[in-house]
Design a protein around this ligand. Sequence first.
Ligand SMILES: [Zn+2]
Length: 386
Amino acid sequence: MFTSSSNIEELIRCFHLEDSMLRYSSFVPRLYNYCRSLGFEPGRILPSRAFCSDESQGYPTILIAKHFGTFPFNHGRGGAIVATQRHGPFSEHGQDLVIIQASHVGYDPQTGEFGRYRRIHAEHAGHSTSCGKIAGVIARYQREYQFAQGAVLLESCGNSLCVCIDNGLLRANRTEGLFLNLSRLVERDADGEFTPVRTYSTSRSFPASAALQRELGDLRPREGERVPIGDRLKPKMFFFRRELDETPESRDQQELGLISAMPWIVTSPHPLLTAAQINTQAEFDRAFRTAAQAPSFQGKRLLYVSGLNIDISPQVGETFPTTHFVPWAAYLQDRDGRQRILEQPELLMALLAQSEDNPDAVDLETAINVMAESDMVRFDLVAPRN
Ligand SMILES: [Zn+2]
């Protein structure tokens, strides 16, 4: 969906994390107050969440229930894919509508690692990946990148630097896998062709391009020595192809949203953070259009907020994670059909301009006690009363 590599780099760069983060306990009341400032009517606002199915997403959901006074509608599928076919029923259940869409990533404060989350209810309270769904999607690409890091070698051919490439990576008639951007790595000959200067049993060696030589600085292997390219294999030097089902919201939806950014994900110091960020961006770009066009939302107030949930692993003895929210963008529509997109800085400013105090917040314990103490309903199973 994001086509050129400079587009993807720019998209990753303009998602500001550190200076844009809010604790969930601060984000949700501010969001509620922002809705009020837009004219949303208390008692008629229905929130919805498009979160991953991971239990770590429960704490944000509880806070949404507390501040909006109702449990949110479920708009999310595993990996935080937005179930856009649910717009219809969602719109029927409330007058003024709020969608909160967020991918998530775990964080372990003890190691400073993103993508890890302590499962305090597991037998040994060990760590696992988070988001596990996204980790499952990116694993094959990480393996293919690791292979390529060792299958592209640098060597000296006389006075010039050469790049020796495994024949498997040179096979152009593959339908899937990691493909090298040869024009970034290899110098073309006078006819504009990629012509090997040495041929080995399972690989071929080409003169390195000027761009690659600049990237490598003064690296110059000794004659006969071959140095794996390793981390010097940068995102712009390769891409991935895979046959995926492009039907909207098929089981490949997550991978479809991530595949063009995959070179940046597999080379990121925090692959699951980068992947969750891209997923949030790709899903917002896709799903806000469905919301803007949905007949069921016409004539309604709608605020669709997207962002990233960072789940700080709970320590033993803590009940919930300390989740932080990084807003990314929002789509706003009023009853007259006026539409507006708020980019990250505007959305953050709109939230920060609001108070954290929410006089409409529900005391959940009291609400639960009221339900527990109310008279039990006797069911009449014979026939409905008219
Ligand atoms: Zn997840």
